[in-house]
Design a protein around this ligand. Structure first.
Ligand code: FES
Length: 177
């Protein structure tokens, strides 16, 4: 009799255990499905966002941000013979810049405040390089990238146009990061 009672009780316990087990399995499955659904939604949202911002992303991947400014006259071409430079301000009166006419005849322009401690950068025609005299910073003439000395960032490139004997500034490219 006692054994029967025991058996009955054991059977009930087993049934309860089974119910709990099934409950837990369902809960685990729910969690898995919820996690999967969340991940799918998150990935979908990221892809949608990514597609919506492709032009920006491509520029960001390249590390460039391009400013749009008005076309601004810098000077007449005759004022800057080969192997010389002039200073101007762009895009605002507070942004010093340098326009360079290389010995080979190329036209280049950069913001000229040294990224180290803001000293003005000069064109050195003998060596065809850009120099910051304050702490001997050197920049590549064709890219504005730092070559030697303390500067860690490049000089922002000013985009120019030559039109009818006049040099215009038309934009600026800054590499971030
Ligand atoms: S300010 Fe240009 S190298 Fe220091």
């Amino acid at each position: 009799m006692t054994d029967k009672k025991k058996l009955g009780r054991n059977q009930k316990d087993s049934q309860d255990d089974m119910v709990n087990l099934v409950d837990n399995i369902d809960r685990d499955d729910d969690l898995k499905f919820n996690r999967r659904a969340f991940l799918k939604t998150a990935v979908g949202a990221s892809v949608a966002l990514g597609l919506a911002t492709v032009p920006f992303s491509v520029r960001a991947m390249l590390g460039f941000a391009e400013d749009d400014f008005e076309r601004t006259e810098i000077t007449k071409m005759v004022n800057v013979p080969k192997g010389s430079s002039i200073t101007f301000n762009y895009p605002t009166d507070k942004d010093p810049a340098i326009l360079i006419h290389t010995k080979a005849g190329e036209w280049l322009a950069y913001n000229s405040a040294c990224p180290h401690l803001m000293c003005p950068v000069f064109y050195e025609p003998e060596k065809e390089e850009l120099v910051c005299p304050c702490h001997k910073g050197y920049f590549d003439l064709h890219s504005g990238q730092p070559m030697a000395g303390p500067p860690q960032r490049e000089l922002p490139l000013i985009e120019i146009e030559l039109d009818n004997g006049v040099v215009y500034a038309v934009g600026r490219k800054i590499r971030h990061g």
